[in-house]
Design a protein around this ligand. Structure first.
Ligand SMILES: *Cc1c(COP(=O)(O)O)cnc(C)c1O
Length: 383
């Protein structure tokens, strides 16, 4: 079945005793052990909610279908999903590659693995540089299907091909697109990660993370999840499953609004530059169009008047909230030099084009006319 149907029905839950087909919030910490014969294997029996919980399993079944995977694990945050992958895949003496414009905490945590003897290599975010970094000794390459905040795009099939040849695993953080716009596993990725805090839950009210992949990898990660105690909470799993029902509607609406606002902003002359892969003059437009089924709900722009104007805009904006994060129903605007990219040094930021006049706008599902009116009044104040 298609994504929008799977997102609603893919949990497969039905309770005969009540007739409900809506997975409830199972708060039970443990489950009866008649005769203590239950298995401790992944996905077999319920025993203890740090290992498996029915509300979490419902969400995992939906995500397995949406990602086209064999299995999925839900975690307490995007970062706990990522840290479990590091724990599972790395050992002393191994090498790992990450793009220099990955989610800053993903890079920082990987760099922490240097103290355990892991050779961490950061590469410039381009298809060519990533392919050049793939060597036989590299355990995995971690990249993002669309980077933050520059919205760079890579030829993932080409990178996956090079990774396969070298025996390296490609891990794709698909948070900015969601499985509605792209399914990395179908294009050669070994594992896909999503911070479900963003589009999957989509309502700016629950922190979580997802990893999907093959049975064997997920079994290995499950072991780390139960040892580290990083399973998603039943309430968050419920909220995320509920959010998923409108994932396609929201992502389409947010992508449409992003394209419309990107065009309007770039034609208005009110800003210095608009960065959005949906714009025809964007350097990643062709590749994004070929690879994805949409361009996503995030755009960036550079204001005229430098850092002072950017700060003034953040003070003047009313409907759009000046806050980090993305992918929810409320539109948010963030200031990359003090949020997403604050841990990069000045020289790296400069090289990546993350300057003090750059703002990132994540569209929600409000009426785009109201969002444009808010941007117009705020930009009017920055002169
Ligand atoms: C937010 C985010 C994460 C981390 O997810 P949390 O749910 O905040 O832990 C990882 N990768 C990307 C691309 C993100 O945007």
């Amino acid at each position: 079945m298609r994504d929008s149907t799977e997102a609603i029905h893919g949990h497969g839950f039905f309770d005969e005793s009540t007739g409900t087909f809506i997975p409830p919030i199972f708060m039970s910490a443990m489950f009866e052990q008649p005769g203590w014969t239950r298995s401790t294997e992944r996905g077999v029996d319920l025993k203890y909610s740090r290992e498996e919980n029915p509300s979490v399993s419902s969400l995992e079944r939906i995500m397995t279908k949406l990602e086209g995977a064999e299995d999925t694990l839900a975690f307490s945050s995007g970062m706990s999903a990522i840290s479990s992958i590091y724990m599972s895949k790395l050992k002393a003496g191994a090498a790992a590659v990450v793009i220099s414009e990955a989610y800053a905490t993903s890079i920082k945590l990987l760099e922490d693995y240097r103290k355990f003897g892991v050779d961490v290599r950061t590469v410039w975010p381009s298809t060519e540089e990533i392919i050049a970094s793939i060597k036989k000794d590299v355990a995995f390459v971690l990249l993002e299907s669309m980077t933050n905040p520059s919205l760079r795009v890579f030829d993932i099939e080409e990178i996956a091909k090079a990774a396969h040849e070298a025996g390296t695993e490609l891990i794709v953080d698909n948070t900015f697109l969601s499985p509605i716009l792209y399914k990395p596993l179908a294009h050669g990725a070994r594992l896909v990660i999503e911070s479900s805090t963003k589009y999957l839950n989509g309502h700016n009210d629950a922190i979580g993370g997802i990893v999907s992949g093959n049975k064997e990898d997920i079994r290995g990660l499950w072991d780390w999840r139960r040892k580290m105690g990083s399973i998603m909470s039943p309430l968050t799993a419920y909220l995320t499953s509920r959010g998923l029902k409108t994932l396609e509607l929201r992502v389409k609406r947010e992508s449409d609004s992003a394209l419309r606002i990107a065009r309007w902003l770039s034609e208005s002359g009110m800003v210095k530059e608009v960065i959005y892969p949906g714009l025809e003059d964007n350097p990643y437009h062709k590749l994004a169009k070929k690879q994805f089924t949409g361009f996503g709900g995030v755009l960036c722009f550079r204001v005229r008047g430098g850092g002072a104007a950017a700060k003034l805009l953040l003070k003047s904006i009313k409907l759009i909230k000046p806050a980090p994060s993305l992918g929810g129903t409320e539109s948010l605007i963030s200031y990359p030099i003090i949020s997403a990219s604050s841990s990069l040094d000045q020289a790296s930021r400069q090289k990546l084009g993350i300057t003090d006049d750059l703002l990132r706008l994540s569209l929600g599902v409000e009426d785009p006319e109201d969002l444009m009116a808010d941007l117009r009044q705020a930009l009017g104040r920055t002169g």
